[in-house]
Write a protein that binds this ligand. Structure first.
Ligand code: ATP
Ligand code: MG
Length: 422
């Protein structure tokens, strides 16, 4: 893996997280408690993938765990979760529990400490409900997770209607796991997502955004978008997003390169929509200011790169934009999705050639003259001065003026021409 070395680093970091978790498990057992690896890390290990983190489940109570380790964080102790700091790693240690009373469809009302079997059945999907004993190297599976894992299926543990009713976020999690793992959603589970899709708005925009990012930022995003649309989740999250717009989204997302930023993925999702509509729809996600700017830039400038008569100044200005290459990638995907073949891509190829020919020319040079210089030459402060600076900067970008002496001459000419109008 990774000839750039970065993946190796990630692998090492994960190995030590796993080792730290195993050490924690051994210590818990040494004190007479039961302790197992649980959830996502078991799934990922059985799939032969690296897990993002290794979580421990135990029958020790949070207060026992805190006593047993010198360095802990008690952020979620009330809900049965303690973070143990070991070997420079953070290991999440959760007491076996059930959660009841999801009055608002989001937060568990009360937590009851239980055994491993009940803890497995409170989890969302069968593939996420398994334990692993890293000492005996045994899978402990109370929910038939292994057979679903072998058949590549996302299925709720228990009745889907009930499980989604407890926590509607699970609907998006199902689509995310299906997209990331390229698994099918079991028919009964999918039917329950379709009939409850509208309730996704009970979940906060921030949490919706986290799952959407997981669905749309990865390489299988086109299939993920199709599931969001088919289930009705897409229209529930973004009212009015449907029909041709949705079809366009699936095909554009399918043409984007493998790794993209969430903002570029969202711009791809809204590639068939008006910018104002998309910007308004994104509000629910409570994105950061810079993400919103990023998306707006990409959508507003759609089509611009296809203009083969773009002036040199315009080209330099847009090239200097921080998200220029995302715009290029979005436009490339839009053209490919439109199916125009080589002809459709021709303007972009020509643009690339033009950019290459620019070499390493400065895209945003310092203006040859500043406001003070222009006032000294006779310009009057106000809108006219602004217009003069702007036009002169364009002349500079175009290469019409190259030195401050040339700029002065140019400015004096400009002032003459514009004063004769009065
Ligand atoms: P990832 O690799 O994306 O982190 P994960 O399976 O580790 O996947 P987490 O969100 O980290 O997912 O949660 C860890 C485990 O906690 C899950 O595997 C699942 O067993 C349980 N879980 C998490 N969120 C929920 C939920 N909303 N409802 C029920 N169980 C959940
Ligand atoms: Mg996880």
């Amino acid at each position: 893996m990774g000839d750039d070395g970065r993946y190796h680093f990630a692998e090492d970091a994960q190995m030590s997280n796993k080792q730290a978790a195993i050490k924690v498990i051994k210590r818990l057992r040494g004190n007479g408690f039961e302790a197992l690896l649980a959830g996502g890390c078991v799934r990922d290990t059985l799939l032969g993938r690296l897990a993002s983190d290794y979580d421990v489940a135990t029958d020790a109570r949070p207060e026992d765990v805190i006593k047993m380790f010198t360095r802990t964080l008690k952020v979620g102790a009330k809900f049965g979760v303690v973070i143990v700091l070991a070997q420079g790693q953070q290991v999440e240690v959760a007491t076996f529990r059930t959660e009841t009373g999801y009055a608002d469809g989001r937060h568990p009302g009360t937590v009851k400490f239980t055994g491993a079997t009940e803890d497995a059945s409170r989890r969302d999907f069968t593939i996420n409900g398994m334990f692993y004993d890293p000492v005996e190297h045994k899978v402990i599976d109370y929910v038939d997770g292994q057979s679903d894992l072998e058949r590549n299926i996302i299925r709720t543990i228990g009745k889907p209607e009930e499980r989604f009713g407890e926590d509607f976020l699970r609907m998006l999690r199902a689509v995310r796991f299906s997209t990331q793992l390229d698994f099918a959603i079991a028919p009964g589970t999918f039917a329950a997502i379709c009939s409850n899709a509208r309730k996704i708005t009970d979940i906060s925009g921030e949490r919706i955004a986290v799952e959407l990012e997981g669905i749309l930022a990865g390489p299988n995003r086109s299939a993920g978008a199709a599931l969001l649309i088919e289930s009705g989740l897409a229209e529930a999250i973004f009212p009015g997003f449907a029909g041709g717009q949705a079809q366009c989204a699936v095909s554009v997302l399918g043409q984007l390169r493998q790794r993209v930023d969430f903002a570029l993925a969202l711009a791809g999702l809204f590639a068939g929509c008006a910018t104002e509509f998309a910007v308004q729809k994104c509000r629910i996600l409570r994105l950061s200011r810079s993400r919103k700017k990023h998306i707006k830039f990409l959508l507003t400038n759609r089509g611009k790169l296809l203009n083969d008569r773009m002036s040199l100044a315009e080209l330099k200005k847009i090239l200097a934009e921080p998200y220029f290459w995302d715009l290029y990638e979005l436009q490339r995907a839009i053209e490919k999705a439109a199916g125009g073949g080589r002809k459709g891509l021709a303007p972009l190829i020509a643009l690339r050639r033009r950019i290459k020919a620019l070499g390493d020319v400065e895209l945003r040079p310092k203006p040859l003259l500043n406001g003070h210089d222009l006032i000294r030459l006779g310009a009057v402060p106000g809108p006219a001065l602004g217009q003069l600076s702007e036009e002169m900067y364009i002349a500079q970008l175009e290469g019409v003026i190259k030195t401050s002496a040339q700029a002065e001459k140019w400015a004096i000419q400009w002032l003459k021409k514009h004063s004769s109008h009065h």
